[in-house]
Design a protein around this ligand. Structure first.
Ligand code: ZN
Ligand code: ZN
Length: 650
């Protein structure tokens, strides 16, 4: 029997017979190891095998046939979780077939934190069905059925699945190029699959079925409707419990719910995806704009206001008409085609050009624009403030010379850092999104732009994850990803170097030598869309906005009608100091009024009773805690200074 050399994570090597299973190789290596190491190994759900052609995650039962390195894939690693989740999808399909033999199976991929499987069944699954399916899954886990990989000639696989009445599987197999095809078997259940899978059904440690939804076969509305069951699976019950708790928390923090509870905004069928900001929500919105505007002076931006409606000629020049037309609102008036702007950049380029010849001395030009944008997002995708048709960004475009590029990027990154610090966004990671397959502009420009972005991020001390091919069609981009309290990642700030638009618009500046050159163009936003930013901030803070941003900063709560006059005085003193204050003069119990103010997430509650009225003081409650009574003037001064906008603006 020929032998192969297997290398392990600790650098040790073993000579083993060719055909040894990956799991057995790991076992042979572990023989000399400590009991603790052997226990770790026993939890392995798959193996990472590299035979020189790149690492692959394979079944523990996969035969090793050449020199290679082998490492265990543990359940709580990303690859281990994928393996568990996909195995759990098979487990669920097997349980469904046991309970509902007439159901046809289709596909069951892994998704973030879980998996789903689509089934053909005339009627939907009820919550009671899900509970029964979970029970059946637990029974299959207890049976600890071996999960084995088989390879069948394609024609044979088609024949067998046809006999089983699995029409969708037949269609899938007929559509794939491989022959033979691999199948995975566990007990009586067999499914077409590339794997890898856990070695036995007992290796799916913890799972829960979460919901059911309708889904079209192959995601196409012209096809038959299937029933999709979603589930989540984890390496331990503890991890599953933590995940379920995060889901609960996310529900409680849902910005749509908070938006209603706090009276910030609403959405109505009359204008799909276009939020109505109520008075309080408008305060939040405008205060965010004021904040960014206050930074613009220091960072050298000038604000402009540009049209909402243009002739489509503009987007034919910019390239958006070809690349983005599907997402725009377009119509014809007077035989002319018009559209509402989905972004500001083409208008800014047009203005740059119309303003006449620019000298290098004028650059950089930084045009900022809070203009409202409209995008024709499909109605099925509209969600609260996170996916809208009407939005505004803290948008700006910088026109500069190549020599100024590095300094502009550094200044922008500094601005992002200042803003993120102001909101306490600490966990920030950067991604660099590079040239996609369909792109505009010259490759040399793209390469130089990608290098400049990478250089700027590293110079600012950030590690950068490259996402190849994910850039916009007109230029590469850095995204500043922020991780919220629920461990979700959001891209807020972005900076993009445009490799196409300046040339397409024929933009130019006069160089020091008197020649003409094309300026560089940078697209950048810090908050991104204001709508989306508000949604994310609401969920991150559970509606407890920072004092400077809270729509009502102080709730004045009189103990009884007798002190109403003093309550009014307190409110007026707050308002005179620029604080947003409300006095709750309703004839309700004190406890009730305090609870209401807390539910409204009002940061400062000023309780006033007879003693306060007599002494000219207030009794503040902040962050759920009572503070000692304070003279009115001292109270107002302290709160007003705490409520100052970050960044040094008044
Ligand atoms: Zn599978
Ligand atoms: Zn832009």
């Amino acid at each position: 029997m020929p032998e192969i050399t297997v290398t392990f994570e600790d650098g040790a090597t073993l000579r083993l017979p060719s055909g040894t299973m990956a799991g057995d190789a790991l076992g042979a290596h572990a023989e000399g190891a400590s009991g603790k190491q052997r226990k770790v190994l026993a939890r392995a759900v798959a193996a990472r095998v590299d035979d020189g052609g790149g690492a692959q995650v394979l079944d523990l039962s996969r035969a090793l046939t050449g020199d290679c390195s082998v490492a265990p894939v543990l359940p709580d690693s990303p690859a281990g979780l994928d393996t568990i989740r996909h195995s759990c999808a098979h487990l669920m399909a097997q349980a469904v077939k046991r309970l509902f033999p007439a159901v046809e199976i289709t596909i069951g991929p892994v998704i973030e934190n879980g998996f789903y499987y689509d089934f053909k069944r005339p009627e939907g699954f009820t919550p009671e069905d899900l509970a029964r399916i979970e029970d059946a899954m637990r029974a299959i886990v207890a049976e600890n059925l071996a999960v084995t990989r088989e390879e069948w000639p394609k024609a044979e696989a088609v024949r067998v699945f046809r006999e089983m009445g699995e029409r969708y599987k037949v269609e899938i197999i007929e559509g794939i190029p491989e022959d033979p095809v691999s199948l995975y078997r566990q007990g009586e259940f067999v499914d077409l699959c590339r794997g890898p899978h856990v070695p036995a059904t007992g290796h799916v440690p913890a799972f829960k079925l979460t919901s059911v939804a309708g889904a079209y076969w192959r995601g196409d509305a012209r096809n038959e409707m299937l029933q999709r069951i979603y589930g989540t699976a984890w390496a331990s019950q503890k991890d599953l419990d933590a995940h379920l708790k995060r889901l609960e928390e996310a529900k409680a923090r849902d910005h749509r719910r908070l938006g209603q509870q706090l009276g910030l905004f609403s959405l109505h069928g009359i204008a799909p995806g276009s939020p109505f900001f109520h008075p309080k929500g408008t305060v939040v919105y405008n205060t965010l704009v004021d904040y960014v505007r206050s930074l613009y002076g220091r960072y050298g931006y000038t604000e402009i206001i540009t049209p909402l409606v243009y002739k489509t000629e503009l987007w034919k020049t910019s390239g958006h008409y070809d690349a983005f037309r599907e997402d725009m609102f377009l119509w014809k008036s007077d035989e002319e085609e018009y559209g509402i702007k989905p972004m500001n950049c083409p208008g800014h380029c047009y203005l740059y050009k119309e303003l006449g010849k620019h000298s290098y001395r004028e650059l950089p030009l930084r045009f900022a624009d809070f203009g409202r944008l409209h995008r024709f997002e499909p109605s099925g995708t509209l969600t609260g403030l996170t996916r809208v048709r009407s939005l505004a960004q803290d948008d700006a475009h910088i026109y500069c010379t190549p020599e100024q590029l590095d300094a502009e990027l550094a200044a922008f990154i500094a601005m992002v850092r200042e803003v993120y610090d102001a909101f306490g966004f600490e966990r920030v990671e950067l991604t660099l999104q590079t040239r996609p397959e369909r792109f505009l502009g010259r490759v040399e420009l793209w390469d130089a732009a990608e290098a400049a972005l990478d250089r700027a991020a590293r110079a600012a001390g950030y590690a950068v994850t490259v996402l190849p091919g994910e850039g916009a069609f007109y230029g590469p981009k850095i995204g500043f990803d922020f991780k919220d309290v629920l461990e979700r990642t959001w891209t807020l700030a972005t900076v993009q170097i445009d490799c196409a638009m300046p040339e397409r618009f024929g933009l130019a500046y006069v160089t020091p030598e008197g020649g003409e050159a094309t300026p560089l163009m940078i697209h950048r936003a810090v908050l991104g869309s204001l709508e989306r930013f508000i949604a994310i901030l609401l969920e991150h803070t559970a509606g407890r906005l920072p004092l400077w941003l809270a729509p009502v900063q102080v709730a004045v709560v009189p103990v009884s009608e007798k002190v109403e006059a003093w309550a009014r005085r307190v409110r007026e003193a707050c308002a005179a100091a620029g604080l947003r204050a409300d006095a709750d003069l309703r004839n309700e119990k004190l406890g009730y009024k305090i609870r209401e103010a807390q539910l409204q997430k009002i940061p400062v509650i000023a309780v006033v009773g007879e003693r306060e009225a007599a002494d000219g003081t207030v009794a503040p409650r902040e962050g759920g805690e009572s503070r000692p009574a304070e003279a009115l003037e001292a109270f107002v001064g302290r709160v007003a200074s705490a409520a100052r906008m970050p960044g040094g603006a008044p």
